[in-house]
Design a protein. Structure first.
Length: 261
């Protein structure tokens, strides 16, 4: 019977570790040089996705940033409205917020969520590109979750011109290959996969989150910050990202005028 007790204790300890991992706060940082011709002062972008049911705190985010990008699945069915409102308020106090819908967000009602985002003056990227910092060559493009609309990617790149420096935001990374093949893009960011959420060594439902650079295009796939179905993680830590974005060539003037110091 002692071996059964030991197994039970080990199992409970593992569950406690997985629960703690699911509620950890891991900041990942990286410096990223955008391809393209845009000239701009380096800036910092905070990316967070897949918050789901987690409650954010202001002291989780201590970096000065210039914009916040929410990569979808910020909510799901059953999340109290007050928590959603407070989470949005915390992020909007950091910097202007940009938002793309994920596959779970509409579970609370699309109009309801749009209204909550509007309260914090968040910009919803509905298959479109917007200029950043008044720079016509520097654009942030974002798509709704691809399963809900036709021609999302095509619409998002409609106003993009050759040579623009483009940050592309999607809830899911499964559109990355299509984007790279058909549109000019510098940086692609997504969540959705949770890094597999529960992994056994190298094995998981999805690959662990990663940051890769290939042929001048940077791809960031986040493990996400929250969890779905089970409030547990193993081998795929919860994370959000602070990215220092730099132009392809940094002139002396731009370096001196950087807004991030």
């Amino acid at each position: 019977m002692k071996w059964m007790l030991r197994i039970a204790i080990a199992g409970l300890a593992l569950l406690a570790w997985m629960f703690r991992s699911a509620h950890s706060e891991n900041k990942e940082t990286a410096a990223i040089r955008l391809s393209g011709e845009a000239q701009f002062a380096p800036f910092k972008l905070l990316f967070i996705s897949d918050v789901h049911r987690r409650k954010l705190r202001r002291d989780m985010f201590n970096d000065p940033v210039d914009l916040v990008v929410i990569g979808g699945d910020f909510v799901e069915r059953g999340v109290p409205e007050q928590r959603i409102r407070e989470n949005l308020r915390i992020l909007s106090e950091l910097a202007p917020v940009y938002y793309v819908f994920g596959n779970n967000d509409r579970e609370i009602g699309e109009e309801r969520l749009r209204a909550l985002l509007g309260e914090q003056s968040a910009t919803i990227l509905d298959d479109e590109a917007v200029e950043l910092f008044g720079n016509a060559r520097l654009k942030l493009t974002g798509i709704d979750y691809f399963a809900f609309r036709d021609h999302s990617v095509e619409d998002a790149f409609r106003t993009v011109e050759k040579g623009d420096s483009i940050i592309f935001i999607s809830h899911t990374p499964f559109v990355f290959e299509h984007v790279k093949q058909h549109f000019p893009v510098s940086l692609m960011i997504a969540g959705h996969t949770h890094g597999g959420q529960i992994r056994f060594g190298p094995y998981g439902i999805f690959d662990r989150g990663s940051l890769t650079v290939s042929d001048g295009v940077t791809e960031l796939i986040s493990n996400g910050f929250g969890t779905t179905t089970l409030p547990l993680r193993l081998g795929a830590k919860a994370q959000y990202h602070v990215l220092e974005i730099q132009p392809a060539s940094v002139s002396k003037h731009l370096a001196q005028s950087s807004s991030i110091g």
